[in-house]
Design a protein. Structure first.
Length: 48
């Protein structure tokens, strides 16, 4: 790994537009709520 990198010629990657009717939001949920959703996914036979 280099000690320093030169980003002066860097280019941004492609921006993926959100599909029509979709809005990205960020929310904070309690850990027990997240675990409940994971349990639902696993019971449905999906997930890891």
């Amino acid at each position: 790994m280099k000690a320093e990198y030169d980003f002066s010629k860097a280019k941004r990657g492609a921006r993926v537009a959100a599909p029509t009717g979709k809005t990205r939001i960020t929310i904070r949920l309690d850990t027990d709520i997240i675990e409940w959703f994971r349990q639902q996914v696993n019971e449905a036979g999906c997930g890891n």
